[in-house]
Design a protein around this ligand. Sequence first.
Ligand code: 5GP
Ligand code: MN
Length: 312
Amino acid sequence: MQEAIEKIKEAHHIVLLTHVDPDADTLGSALGMYHSLKKMGKRANVINTTQIPYNLDFLPDIQKIKKELPKRYDLMISFDCGSFDRLGIEKKEAFLINIDHHRSNTLYGDIDIVDPEAAATAEVVYALLEEGALPIPKESAISLYTALVDDTGFFKYESVKAGTFDLAKKLCERGASPEWVARMLTMREPLSKLRLLPLVLQTLTLHLNAKVASLRLTQQMLAQTGGTKEMGEEALNMARNLATVEVALLLRQEEDGRIKVSMRSKERVDVGKIAVAFGGGGHKRAAGFTSELHDFDEVLERLLDAIKKEIE
Ligand code: 5GP
Ligand code: MN
């Protein structure tokens, strides 16, 4: 951390990298750092090469996120990204600090600050800002708090420890409003999502003694409802919440026909381990990968084989 703080203090123009198909943790962590750097008078750009989820539009300065790297910069920091290929950039062109909490992180940075015990990458960012006595303005607090509540399912997951609430308290004291963030995140659903979810739920199939549930989301469903690809996650959580289910799977057809798999488990199966075996990554209870295969049944069959071994 000390080395990273020195690098940050020396740098003039810093690029903050977030992972493809971004979530609240990657964007909130990067924006949390962005507002701190701005307060220090530095130049900074948050980069994301893919689509930003509709419900994160309230994060301070999210509209300033760029798709392309600036011409010149002297430091890169990546947030919540387990492997270099998920950054959506061609190659590493500057000193890179990798800040994350995925156990599967491949340690691709020049400095890697990876804490698998942290409930969110935002927790690691906060620790870094505090350690370096760097500014933590209200905009940073809002961004980091949003990342924290989203990555813990509002303090529901086993990653949540007593210290998680200490962090939440500090972020609230610095200006994050729990009611406002929760309302912004969860109470502004577009109708398209409620049209899409029943289509996805209708594909629900149970396997291995009803311990595994699978769902499918096709490009056709998105076209029919106007929904966006991240909207299936809620159906996935509903499938995991079934009483008998330990592992829930969502197989999503991408625009290029490949199949993106999202996995959630309840208390025993390490889906992160399974995802790594299929070339992806993640956490024990939430992980994913993208398959080169285009056939739902084929992907499902291979997955069930792997899950069967873990469940038994
Ligand atoms: P989701 O299923 O919501 O896309 O992701 C769940 C978790 O798994 C997240 O922590 C995410 O970063 C990780 N994850 C999902 N897909 C991939 C992947 O293709 N590669 C890696 N390394 N991690 C992934
Ligand atoms: Mn995260």
